[in-house]
Design a protein around this ligand. Structure first.
Ligand SMILES: NC(=O)c1ccc[n+]([C@@H]2O[C@H](COP(=O)([O-])OP(=O)(O)OC[C@H]3O[C@@H](n4cnc5c(N)ncnc54)[C@H](OP(=O)(O)O)[C@@H]3O)[C@@H](O)[C@H]2O)c1
Length: 197
C-alpha cells in the first residue's frame, strides 16, 4: 500500500506541477482518478487550487469526491470526451484515452498528458508544440534528472557516485568521497572538532 501511495504521488506531481504547470483557477480533468496515480493527482490538483473533474467507475465516485474532486464523471455511463465542458489540462492517469479524442475538450493552449506511452502520443508530443492549438505530452517520471543544484551531497562525508546522485556509506571503490562542507553552525563546528584526530 505504501509503495502505491509513494509511486502514485511521485508520478502525479511531475505531471501536474512540471509538465502542466497547473495553477489556481485552472480546470483539470483526471481520467483514472481512483487509481494510485489518479488519487494523488486529484489531491495535488486541489492543493494547487485547480477545479477538478474526476473520471472513474461508479463504485469509486464517492472516493474521488472525498479526495476533493469538484465534479465527477462515471465513465461507465458517460464519455468525457463527448461533454460540452472544456479544460486547461486533461491528465489521463491510466492511459485509456488518446490525444485525438481528448483535444476537443481542451481549451485553446490546453495540454493533454498521459502516463502510458504509445506511438501516437510520442509523435503528438513532438508535433503539437510546433503546430498545435493544444499540446500533448508524455512524461517518464522515473527518468527525470535532478537539477544541478540538487545533485551534490550536502550531508557530512557521504559517498556519491560520479555519474549518479546515489549515495551510500559503503560505496564501491570507484565512488568518490564528498568533501565536508564548511561548518556553518555550532553543531557543525562541534562535529568537525570531534572527528579531527
Ligand atoms: N509515465 C510514468 O512515468 C508512469 C509512472 C507510474 C505509472 N505509470 C502508468 O500509469 C498507469 C496507472 O497506474 P496506477 O498505479 O494509477 O494504476 P492503478 O492503481 O491500477 O489504477 C488504475 C485505475 O484506472 C481506472 N480505470 C480502469 N479502466 C478505466 C477506464 N476505461 N477509464 C477510466 N479509468 C479506468 C481504475 O479505476 P475504476 O475501478 O474506478 O475503474 C483504476 O483505479 C499504469 O499504466 C502505469 O504503468 C506511468
Amino acid at each position: 500500500m505504501y509503495v502505491a501511495i509513494l509511486d502514485g504521488a511521485l508520478t502525479a506531481l511531475p505531471f501536474l506541477r512540471d509538465a502542466a504547470g497547473l495553477k489556481a483557477g485552472q480546470s483539470i480533468l483526471i481520467n483514472g482518478a481512483s487509481g494510485a496515480v489518479g488519487t494523488a493527482a486529484v489531491q495535488f490538483a486541489k492543493h494547487f487550487g485547480a477545479d477538478v473533474t474526476a473520471v472513474c467507475s461508479t463504485a469509486n465516485l464517492d472516493l474521488v469526491k472525498s479526495l476533493g474532486a469538484d465534479e465527477t464523471i462515471d465513465y461507465k455511463a458517460e464519455d468525457f470526451t463527448e461533454t460540452a465542458e472544456s479544460y486547461d489540462v486533461v491528465f489521463d492517469a491510466v492511459g485509456k484515452s488518446s490525444y485525438t479524442r481528448c483535444r476537443k475538450v481542451l481549451k485553446p493552449g490546453g495540454i493533454y498528458l498521459t502516463t502510458v506511452p504509445t506511438l501516437p502520443v510520442l509523435l503528438w508530443t513532438l508535433l503539437t508544440p510546433l503546430f498545435g492549438r493544444t499540446r500533448a505530452r508524455i512524461v517518464f517520471t522515473g527518468l527525470r534528472k535532478l537539477p544541478p543544484s540538487q545533485r551534490t551531497c550536502s550531508s557530512w562525508g557521504t559517498w556519491q557516485h560520479p555519474d549518479t546522485t546515489s549515495q551510500s556509506s559503503t560505496g564501491p571503490t570507484s565512488w568518490t568521497k564528498q568533501s565536508p562542507r564548511t561548518p556553518t553552525s555550532n553543531r557543525d563546528t562541534r562535529r568537525a572538532a570531534s572527528s579531527s584526530p
